[in-house]
Design a protein around this ligand. Structure first.
Ligand code: F6R
Length: 368
């Protein structure tokens, strides 16, 4: 049942290309993006002037990425908030606010209450969910199902990649409704997304390297993760995976914050995982990141750099270079996440832990 894998999570990591394919399939028809359940009118969507994204944990990290895409494509302000914070404050919502609730299980208590809170303020709610007929989609005005298939491992992997794709589909659907993108542009962006399953398949070529590295890092005291722009939520996710699976201290930082505190943590031999922005797509961010790596390497960090293949500039500063395919900037998280998932699982395994059932955690968090 684990398909010859040592643990479900590895099987699910390897299923990510299909999870993406299945999520994209069926959401593009006749040149446009389609949702699964749509109880909103075109006019409702056109009138949206503010988006809140609410979610917990890994789903929240996918939500952080929604902001980059939706603001870029739709020119609507987007706020991303932990559901457990959103539901207890007094966010400013109205009929023209769209609340996007992301939940793999569709049953997470805080996300469900955030949805209810939004609805009492007359906001429109769109759910992104992996479970047909779960409570959150039932209480929403529109639904986009991720078709990642059932996830057995408690730690979210393939549902995370599927959520990222779903967020981008929602962004394109909004852009289409609002007319901020012509249909040929929507089709082009969808085409770029549709090429990602193959890019992820290629990225699975790093599994062997990451498993070996995981064994090497098993005795580390802590691991830091650095990213910029869309690499920042990926860094947060890499750290969360390591905490929950390997019970190891891990923190994700925006690389620009280094000088504002975290650089004090750097000491001899400390492993730091860095998500390198695309050299072509984001030359300025790329050069900023290079100087960050230089700084931490000079202070003794062991640098593990996830970078586009062919990025030779980074090689001298990488104690370990992990090469991922070059893809458009917004889509890079779909590939850069993969080696981090394997790394966390393998460190956990080397420490003797049950990767599929980390202590104290449940797959579906239906109580606060
Ligand atoms: C981490 C993980 C959790 C979930 C979170 C939300 O690997 O799985 O952080 O992402 O509990 O769960 P859902 O998506 O079901 O609302």
């Amino acid at each position: 049942e684990k398909g010859g894998h040592d643990y479900f999570m590895l099987k699910e990591i390897e299923e990510q290309p299909e999870a993406l394919e299945n999520t994209l399939r069926g959401h593009f028809h006749d040149g446009g993006i389609v949702l699964d359940e749509q109880r909103l009118t075109e006019q409702d969507l056109r009138d949206i002037d503010k988006v809140f994204v609410v979610a917990c944990g890994t789903a929240y990290h996918s939500g952080l990425l929604a902001k980059y895409a939706i603001e870029h494509w739709c020119r609507i302000p987007v706020e991303v908030e932990l559901a457990s914070e959103f539901r207890y404050r007094d966010p400013v919502l109205g009929r023209d606010t769209l609340v996007v609730a992301i939940s793999q299980s569709g049953e997470t208590a805080d996300t469900l209450e955030a949805v209810r809170h939004a609805r009492t303020q007359r906001a429109r709610v769109l759910a992104i969910c992996n479970t047909n007929g779960a409570q959150i989609p039932r209480e929403s005005d529109a639904v986009l199902y991720t078709h990642a298939g059932p996830e057995i491992g408690v730690a979210a992997t393939k549902t995370f990649l599927a959520q990222i794709a779903a967020n981008y589909l929602v962004g394109l659907a909004l852009a289409q409704a609002r007319g901020t993108k012509y249909s040929d542009e929507v089709a082009r962006e969808f085409g770029a997304l549709a090429a990602m399953p193959d890019a992820v398949r290629k990225t699975l070529g790093t599994v062997g390297q990451m498993r070996a590295l995981g064994k090497e890092l098993a005795d580390s005291k802590a691991v830091l993760f650095l990213g910029r722009h869309v690499g920042y939520p990926v860094a947060l996710e890499g750290a969360l995976k390591l905490k929950e699976l390997a019970y190891m201290h891990a923190e994700g930082f925006a690389a620009g914050e280094l000088k504002h505190g975290p650089i004090a943590l750097i000491e001899d031999g400390l492993p730091v995982v860095i998500v390198m922005p695309s050299a072509k797509g984001r030359a300025l961010l790329h050069s900023k990141m290079l100087s960050n790596i230089r700084e931490i390497q000079a202070r003794g960090a062991r640098t593990i750099v996830i970078a586009e293949e062919g990025d030779e500039t980074v090689r001298p500063f990488a104690d370990e270079l992990v090469e991922i395919p070059a893809v458009p900037t917004l889509l890079q998280p779909l590939v850069s996440t993969v080696p981090m998932q394997v790394l966390a699982a393998e460190i956990a395994r080397a420490r003797g832990y049950d990767v599929d059932k980390p202590r104290n955690l449940a797959k579906s968090v239906t109580v606060e």
